[in-house]
Design a protein around this ligand. Structure first.
Ligand SMILES: Nc1ncnc2c1ncn2[C@@H]1O[C@H](COP(=O)(O)OP(=O)(O)OP(=O)(O)O)[C@@H](O)[C@H]1O
Ligand SMILES: [Mg+2]
Length: 268
């Protein structure tokens, strides 16, 4: 069972951007991937053009106790499916959240979904409590974006403590990486935060891949696509996610689909 949560104590640090583009990259490497949106903001659905914006999803599945497969959206890429957050009734969201946090229905759902996919990627709401904690309890791995901003580094211990307390309660969750995001190493302050992260955190925790600051992410959301689908020749930012996918595969215990490594002859 491989359920990868993308989580961070801070908001607006790139969790949804990573969840969407990493799920896309992992599916491109042959892993049957389900991207689940656990954030009532519904940002995964809002980041994509077409049906995901107003389709039912996780909210309706957990509310009605129905089979999630009725709400899972199969994308045009065979290996990538989506379970968006859905269309919450705002008056009902608080009791829904309390129920989900207390009765284990999300954990059961994640366990059930996982059997159908090689990998489930969960985009979580900012913070470490409530729905995020519940999502982490149902996950096996967590990857955390760290924006190169001094406050982000100060908030990271909250996530480390949450993962520690869940493990102490018997949850199988493991923090597999911290990804520097929105990096602008030419700016002294951002470079200092990166230096501090490298100095403070265990060497193998900070991923070699970092996500540079790039306007292309906003353009991709405006178009409603992962960066890898922006144009026929994907922008360099798409390759960053391929690297990240490749880097975390061993930590997730998944191997890339068997590839034919023979050269392709240009002409018969
Ligand atoms: N590497 C990047 N370079 C430039 N802009 C980025 C980058 N990553 C994310 N963004 C932009 O930053 C904003 C916040 O990103 P995102 O929604 O992924 O963060 P989040 O952590 O999921 O936020 P929330 O806590 O609200 O869920 C978005 O407008 C997104 O397009
Ligand atoms: Mg988000």
């Amino acid at each position: 069972m491989t359920v990868l949560a993308i989580a961070s104590p801070k908001g607006g640090v790139g969790k949804t951007t990573i969840a969407l583009n990493l799920a896309f990259a992992l599916s491109g490497r042959g892993h049957r991937t389900l991207l689940v949106d656990l954030d009532p903001q519904g940002s995964i659905g809002l980041s994509l053009a077409g049906r995901p914006k107003d389709a039912p999803g996780l909210y309706e599945t957990l509310r009605d106790g129905r089979d999630a497969f009725g709400h899972i959206i199969q994308t045009r890429r065979r290996e990538l499916s989506l379970l968006t957050f859905g269309q919450p009734d705002m008056g009902d969201l608080a009791p829904w959240t309390r129920d989900v946090e207390s009765d284990g229905r999300l954990l059961r759902l994640l366990g059930h979904l996982d059997a159908e996919y090689d990998l489930v990627v969960v985009d979580t709401p900012a913070g470490c409590g409530g729905l995020t904690r519940e999502g982490l309890e149902g996950s096996t791995h967590v990857l955390s974006p760290l924006q190169t901003d001094p406050l982000a580094l100060r908030a990271l211990p909250q996530l480390v403590a949450t993962v520690g307390s869940l493990r102490a309660e018997g949850a199988p969750i493991e923090l597999i990486g911290v990804v520097l995001t929105m990096t602008r190493f030419r700016e002294a302050l951002a470079a200092n935060v990166a230096q501090e992260a490298w100095a403070l955190l265990p060497e193998d925790l900070v991923t070699d891949t970092h996500i540079p600051y790039d306007r292309v992410f906003a353009e991709a959301s405006a178009k409603g696509v992962p960066v890898g689908l922006m144009r026929r020749r994907p922008p360099p930012a798409a390759a960053v996610f391929d690297h990240l996918a490749q880097e975390i595969e061993p930590k997730l215990g998944i191997l890339p689909a068997e590839e034919d490594d023979e050269p392709i002859h240009l002409v018969d």
